[in-house]
Design a protein around this ligand. Structure first.
Ligand code: NAD
Length: 375
């Protein structure tokens, strides 16, 4: 079976789909691994590192793409150039780009969508949403600190005492918890809020304070995701967070709703109430944003407050992000690798495949995506 890993083409992408270490392990499974020349360019990794790891660096990328049995990528791509019957693994933005998913079906390509890998214990090792969110949470703090005109820890010096910075984190999922841990390590005083009450204990175990807001029934889905709040609950949350936002030097918002637009949680008035020079990181800009006035992939200054809208924060630590993403891909491939047949076993009875396979044999096969398409 030929596994082909093309070079990423998304402008500004710093990550690569797999580092040579992951490629070596893919080749060790018995697969013929091919990579596009320049695959590691954004990380200064030479092609020779990939060939040393057992991959063939192809001379004709278009031909390699057209002959591959399985293509492994990072960012969303179109099925263009793939052969019918091929397997394709990547992010696919499944709820925002239904047309592309239709195109995969029409091309006869079986698309496995990394965002849809179920969040179960067994699939944790393949869960790219988590591996990338964790690094993004770390990078959010680092980016905010770089813009902040203050230092984070308390410092007692003969010239006087500097009080610790206050960091407020909204949404304490994978990214939020890592942001809390990072800000704590840097010496900040951290407070956090999440609509899922189960998170309180995790926040406190990291040494942060959990902001109590009684929103009535909130809960979480069976998959561990937050449920959408009513407009009244959102208004209540906004009001109750007001004080924590006003006194924070850094606010990081990570609140997302899987498959739906992100909730708008910080208003322009609340930004105006912050101290000029403060920083907000809106980690939900790709889903429409949590913060009024934030702009995807831009830094804007509003009322003297810098709002960072970077939608690829994990790309700020691209070596680690590539290592983790490559491991997620490797774990997926090796989990379903049939050693005897030397091939990827697309076992549709398996809950991981059933959860992440969007198209197969000319059809859109995922029930949730089919429903979104109105089929
Ligand atoms: P996410 O990126 O969808 O959302 C980020 C956070 O925002 C979540 O904690 C969510 O509760 C929170 N949020 C949503 N609306 C909010 C609002 N109005 N105000 C404040 N917070 C709000 O979620 P995620 O980080 O990818 O994962 C969420 C949870 O999923 C995890 O904490 C975990 O319980 C579960 N999970 C399980 C596994 C596993 O078992 N393998 C893996 C990853 C995640």
């Amino acid at each position: 079976m030929i596994l082909y890993i093309p070079k990423e083409t998304l402008p500004g992408e710093t990550r690569v789909p797999a580092l040579p270490e992951a490629v070596k392990k893919l080749a060790a499974l018995g697969a013929t691994v091919q990579v596009e020349p320049g695959i590691g360019q954004s990380l200064q990794i030479p092609d020779s590192a990939y060939s040393d790891a057992g991959a063939e660096v192809v001379s004709d990328p278009a031909a390699a793409l057209g002959q591959a049995d399985m293509v492994l990528r990072l960012n969303k791509a179109s099925p263009e150039g793939l052969k019918s019957g091929a397997l394709h693994v990547s992010y696919l933005d499944p709820f925002l780009d239904l047309e592309n998913i239709k195109a995969f079906a029409e091309a006869g390509v079986s698309a496995i969508c990394m965002e849809m890998i179920p969040r179960t214990t067994i699939a944790q090792k393949m869960d790219a949403l988590s591996s990338q969110a964790s690094l993004a949470g770390y990078a959010a703090v680092v980016q905010a600190v770089a813009k902040l005109p203050r230092s984070l820890p308390m410092m007692m010096t003969p010239a006087g005492t500097l009080s610790p910075c206050k960091v407020f984190i909204i949404g304490a999922g994978v990214a939020g918890l890592q942001a809390i841990a990072t800000a704590k390590r840097l010496g900040a005083r951290v407070e956090a809020f999440d609509t899922r009450p189960v998170v309180k204990e995790q926040v406190e175990s990291l040494g942060a304070k959990f902001l109590q807001i009684d929103l009535g029934e909130t809960g979480q889905t069976a998959g561990g995701y937050a449920k959408e709040l009513t407009p009244e609950q959102i208004a209540k949350q906004q009001e109750a967070q007001g004080k924590a936002i006003a006194k924070a030097d850094i606010v990081i918002t990570t609140a997302k709703l899987f498959g739906r637009p992100a909730p708008r949680l910080i208003t322009d008035d609340q930004i105006a109430a912050m101290t000029p020079g403060s920083v907000i990181v809106d980690m939900a800009t790709s889903g429409g944003g949590n913060v009024e006035g934030s702009v995807i992939d831009e830094d804007v200054v509003q009322h003297g407050v810098t709002i960072i809208g970077d939608s690829n924060l994990e790309g700020r630590v691209p070596t680690d992000a590539s290592q983790m993403y490559g491991s997620n891909l490797l774990n997926l491939v090796s989990h379903f690798w049939d050693k005897e047949a030397n091939t990827f076993n697309l076992n549709r009875e398996d809950e991981i495949i059933a959860g992440a396979l969007l198209t197969h044999e000319g059809e859109v096969v995922h029930p949730v995506i089919k429903e979104r398409m109105g089929a």
